[in-house]
Design a protein around this ligand. Structure first.
Ligand SMILES: [Zn+2]
Length: 267
């Protein structure tokens, strides 16, 4: 059984978290929080590199971001679907890791895997809290009902078979990382001190981002990636009056105790 996490970031692909909220995860780890990353897919459809290469790279990136926990599910790359079986798999991880805060992708976007991961993650957070839901039994029932997911589900269940029954858990807070979508965030995390390490965590995906021939027409060169990542971080930082920032959205209103302590100046 994993010790409970303070924060779990869920994203469709290995390297999504590094691009959208890696600085925030590193900052939280530096504050002594336990952080985790759940990648829904393993990257087997990528133009560059194999799933095995990406696994090693994602472990190196997690080390740079000082994440306490990282795993990838076996949902097919390019086919992240909001199915009952997938919701159960993610809910199982939420019960296993028991995060207080979950970071999801924003619910609109260009890539279907990204916006589907958002809704899938939200519904999994809800399911994980249902006291009467026995996730392993439900997964086993799915297993027998749909033979095409049988081996995938079996591997998920077998992985943690020592846990007889995972207790219900619902995260206190869900926030959305909005960097992939052009929308005004409700808050920005100052990642000025974490920016360089966050960039290094992205560059740990050498199979994706080192300059090479394969996929040259669809992958920008390293210098270009650096310029893009930096300009986005500077833009969101500027909105909040800091050098580098990462944007987030929360559905709830903010709650203020002392109006003289609200950060970000107006005029
Ligand atoms: Zn992605």
């Amino acid at each position: 059984m994993t010790a409970p996490l303070d924060i779990l970031a869920i994203a469709a692909h290995r390297d999504d978290v590094e691009q959208t909220c890696g600085g925030t995860l590193l900052k939280m780890a530096e504050l002594g929080r336990r952080t985790g990353i759940l990648d829904l897919t393993r990257g087997e459809m990528g133009t560059r590199g194999s799933a095995a290469e990406r696994e090693a790279e994602s472990a190196e990136s997690a080390r740079i971001l000082r994440a306490s926990w990282r795993e990838a599910l076996d949902i097919p790359d390019g086919r992240v679907e909001n199915t009952w079986a997938n919701r159960l798999k993610v809910a199982r991880v939420i019960r296993q890791t028991r995060p207080r805060v979950v970071i999801l992708p924003y619910w609109k976007g260009r890539h279907p895997d990204h916006y589907t991961a958002s809704q899938l993650g939200y519904e999994a957070c809800f399911l994980a809290g249902l006291a009467k839901l026995d996730i392993d039994t439900a997964l086993r029932n799915e297993n027998s009902a749909f033979s095409q997911v049988a081996s995938a589900v079996a591997s998920v269940v077998a992985h943690e078979k020592q846990d007889v029954r995972l207790a219900p858990h619902r995260p206190f807070k869900i926030i959305y990382a909005t960097l992939y979508y052009d929308i005004r965030p409700t808050f920005v995390v100052d990642i000025t001190d974490q920016f360089e390490s966050r960039f290094e965590s992205l560059m740990a995906y050498k199979s994706q981002f080192s300059d090479q021939e394969a996929g040259k027409d669809i992958f920008p060169a390293r210098a270009e990636i650096r310029a893009r990542v930096e300009s986005m971080a500077r833009f969101y930082g500027a909105l909040a009056g800091v050098t580098y920032g990462e944007p987030f959205l929360q559905k709830e209103v903010g709650l203020v105790e002392d109006v003289t302590a609200i950060p970000v100046k107006s005029i």
